[in-house]
Design a protein around this ligand. Structure first.
Ligand SMILES: *Cc1c(COP(=O)(O)O)cnc(C)c1O
Length: 361
């Protein structure tokens, strides 16, 4: 992402210490065929360095600002991935870190934060409670909380996800992007990134349609779009897509406006559809995404079926996090098989049993 340093709010002569961003844009072969579309791509931040989500980008720009402002302690309010990224980059850059998370986060996300050695404060409440507390803490303790008092610097990091999409399409903008929405920041910054590239003359200006994706159990922005409300109505989150479980999204009003003005739309899918979509994406494209990726892929499929995304158009689906962090969401679908003896007959017996099962099924 640092190839775009001139377009980011970094201190002069800033020297980046980690190779973040530069993730693959993968052209769909199988899922596109199944859905009947020609030009479908996945921007795969599930393999972002160092903590396997797009949050590595935003923490990179936020910590550059934290250093410039002289913060010694940094932190965040997080639905999981942000805490991972803050803990890892904070450790590498020698900050004291203290992250705040809802008490019921996925164990893998908590472990992926704890391993870096910073402090973790679990809060009895949902993300919206955590975030409110963090605004008070940032003020009182003079800590740099990346998505609270450093939020403008944090948000700019998301633009690089958009710059890379345009670059990887051969310096062209897509017709559509499908973006997961939590606080509603990423979707707007991809749009801002596209505008800046057009302004610089690096791509032809083009009206890109922005499509927002949420889980039905926490869909304030999608609900606002679908019911054509002037303002979204906050919700109490209840979904397995914990990384998107923000009931009162800070950038929700901007996301609503962007989606409407771009001619796009927003949709949501249920928890069981999320699980099916995680499996479908893995089986067709070999991409193991977290629950948020299931949301985006499933919503993209829905939008294609609704005819809101055209068959000939170029569509980029943003995969923002890695499936290894949310294995509990799908574990029940994959019970461990029984181990067999290390003998050929045992394998042959198993194989014929499986054939029988397949025939009966
Ligand atoms: C944070 C997050 C998002 C959404 O980010 P916002 O900018 O808050 O809308 C999407 N996907 C994953 C995996 C995330 O962790």
């Amino acid at each position: 992402m640092w190839r775009y340093s001139e377009l980011l709010p970094l201190p002069q002569e800033y020297s980046a210490s980690q190779p973040i961003g530069g993730t693959p844009l993968v052209r769909s072969r199988n899922l596109s065929e199944r859905l009947g579309v020609k030009n479908l791509y996945f921007k795969n931040d599930a393999v972002n360095y160092p903590t396997l989500s797009f949050k590595d980008r935003v923490v990179a720009t936020a910590l550059a600002a934290a250093r410039r402002f002289g913060f010694k302690t940094i932190g965040c309010s997080s639905t999981g991935n942000l805490a991972n990224a803050v803990a890892a980059q904070g450790a590498q850059q020698g900050f004291d870190t203290c992250v705040f998370i809802p008490g019921d986060l996925e164990p893998a996300k908590v472990l992926n934060t704890a391993v870096y050695g910073g402090r973790i404060i679990r809060i009895n409440g949902n993300y919206d409670h955590v975030n409110r507390l963090c605004t008070q803490i940032a003020d009182k303790f003079h800590w740099g909380l990346v998505n609270v008092n450093l939020r403008p610097y944090y948000a700019e990091g998301s633009k690089t996800h958009g710059y890379e999409i345009a670059e990887q399409l051969g310096w062209e903008l897509p017709d559509n992007v499908v973006v997961p929405m939590a606080g509603g920041s990423l979707i707007g910054k991809i749009a801002k990134g596209f505008c800046e590239l057009a302004h610089l003359g690096w791509v032809e200006p083009k009206r890109v349609k922005f499509f927002g994706a949420q889980a039905t159990g926490c869909s304030p922005i999608a609900d606002g779009i679908k019911r054509e409300l002037p303002r979204f109505v906050p919700q109490k989150p209840n979904t397995i897509a914990r990384s998107l479980a923000i009931g009162n999204p800070a950038d929700g009003p901007f996301a609503l406006r962007l989606i409407r003005e771009s001619g796009g739309w927003a949709e949501d899918i249920s928890d069981s559809e999320i699980i099916d979509s995680i499996k479908l994406l893995a089986e067709t494209e070999g991409i193991f995404a977290e629950t948020a990726g299931g949301v985006t892929a499933g919503v993209a499929a829905k939008l294609i079926q609704q005819g809101r995304i055209g068959k000939e158009e170029t569509t980029v689906v943003c995969i923002t996090g890695n499936g290894l962090k949310t294995t509990d969401a799908i574990a029940a679908d994959f019970p461990a098989s029984e181990a067999i003896q290390p003998r050929l007959e045992a394998f042959e017996a198993l194989l014929s049993e499986q054939l029988k099962d397949a025939v009966n099924a």
